[in-house]
Ligand binder design. Structure first.
Ligand SMILES: [Cu+2]
Length: 437
């Protein structure tokens, strides 16, 4: 779909929305709209903030083909006609318009000069307008969110495999922000669930091997290192979750090739976990005979609808199991579209990070320098205080953002061991809609 026309449609939709949000709601503040905005069929959702002033989240989905292929040609032909017409007017200004009343047209060479002059003026205006449009486009692009650029590689010096994940983005290395998103991310990284970075490795071609690692800062503040343990060799995608002092979370992405294991496998972080396996339907059997069941619907999942991700861990005798805290939580889920286009790390409280919540609660007016709040958050050990047990019913609020085949890895702790269960699921959508929000 043509991005430019798409954006025009979105603008039209935004006008429609401006009138919509002025109507009142009781108890259900979100605004939904489905209908036509000009020639475009749109579905718009405005999620209003609880307190005004605040930030409203606006999602606009443009359905259908969006652009007729012949429309561009028609517009180009009409534009050429307009250009030729305008040049003709210039030519007439140099001939017919200068003729004395009652006489014939003036000399043709004056008309040609005027036509050339007119064409030059028009071309200059068009070139200028194109430059202006491009600069508007660049400004728009500069305001878009993009995650930090990063690289990942395996260092085999020292006789074992060490993952080195490096943030290469100039925003991080120079601490200079160019837009609002980047201003949120130039602050220090704070530990979430007690770890500065949660890094997931997922096998690229056929996602059967999976690792959940916790790299620690290496020689500088841009490189994070972790032991790869016994991870099978192959090509992997790396997803690194970090949270900034501002409460801003981001996921960095990189690809890497993992060589075969060397003899020496040093122990990694005790909360690291690795897993290799293939999904086996709605029930997963753990090594100790316990089972994990995907409760609810698996075959009628739809885009943007409540996915109802609910799992029950049962003892071999069928009773609901008790779980120990894993990184301060009853469970963690990683949702991944098998082409790598969607990745998210979920907790029973949703997609928001725990430390972002803590940062919100602990921010004080005296936190004027970068790093003050980060130090307090790092010293805070309340994430370790979830010492109790959880029952084995795990629910994760989530809606799948797009259609496709997904894998869901579920992680929790039992008998001191981190256990992983794997499920796969097909999510249906209309296959045509494109989201622009
Ligand atoms: Cu983690």
């Amino acid at each position: 779909m043509n991005a430019l026309l798409n954006r025009r449609g979105v603008r039209t939709a935004a006008l429609v929305l401006a009138t919509l949000v002025t109507s009142a709601h009781v108890g259900s503040p979100d605004t939904w709209f489905q209908g036509m905005a000009g020639p475009y069929e749109v579905q718009a959702v405005v999620r209003l903030p609880g307190v005004i002033p605040g930030l409203a989240q606006i999602d606009i989905r443009v359905a259908g083909e969006g652009l007729y292929p012949w429309l561009g040609w028609l517009l180009a032909a009409l534009g050429t006609l307009l250009f030729a017409g305008a040049v003709t007017i210039f030519r007439a200004a140099g001939t017919d318009a200068l003729a004395a009343p009652g006489t014939g047209a003036a000399s043709g060479s004056a008309g040609a000069r005027y036509a050339v002059l007119g064409a030059a003026i028009l071309v200059a205006a068009l070139v200028g307008a194109r430059g202006w449009w491009r600069s508007v486009e660049r400004e728009y692009q500069a305001e878009l969110y993009r995650p930090y650029a990063a690289t990942a590689l395996v260092d085999t010096a020292g006789g074992h495999r060490t993952l080195r994940f490096t943030i290469t983005d100039s925003v991080w290395t120079t601490r200079r922000a160019r837009n609002a998103w980047e201003r949120f991310s130039v602050s220090p990284i704070v530990p979430d669930h007690g770890k500065l970075m949660h890094l997931f490795l997922i096998e690229a071609d056929d996602p059967s091997s999976f690792a959940h690692l916790h790299p620690v800062p290496g020689a500088d503040s841009s490189t994070f290192v972790a032991s790869l343990g016994a991870l099978p060799p192959g090509r992997y995608r790396a997803f690194a979750d970090v949270v900034h002092e501002t409460g801003f979370p981001q996921t960095m992405v990189a690809e890497l090739s993992v060589p075969p294991a060397l003899g020496d496998v040093p122990a990694g972080d005790p909360d690291d976990a690795m897993f290799t396996g293939r999904p086996s339907g709605a029930q997963w059997m753990l090594a100790d005979g316990a089972t994990v069941t995907w409760e609810g619907q698996r075959d009628t999942l739809e885009v943007d609808a409540d996915a109802g991700l609910r799992f029950t861990v049962r003892e071999p005798d069928g009773t609901v199991a008790r779980l120990e805290p894993y990184l301060g939580m009853a469970g963690h889920a990683v949702v991944y579209r098998t082409d790598g286009g969607v990745y998210v790390h979920l907790h029973p409280n949703g997609t928001i990070s725990m430390v972002a919540q803590q940062a919100m609660a602990q921010r004080a007016p005296t936190d004027t320098a970068a790093g003050m709040l980060a130090r307090r958050l790092a010293a805070d050990t309340t994430h370790e205080s979830h010492a109790g047990q959880f029952d084995g019913v795990l629910a994760f609020p989530y809606a799948f953002p797009s259609a496709g085949r997904y894998r869901v890895w579920l992680q929790f702790r039992r008998g001191g061991q981190v256990m992983t269960a794997l499920f796969d699921v097909e999510v249906r959508g209309d296959g045509r809609s494109a989201s622009a929000s």
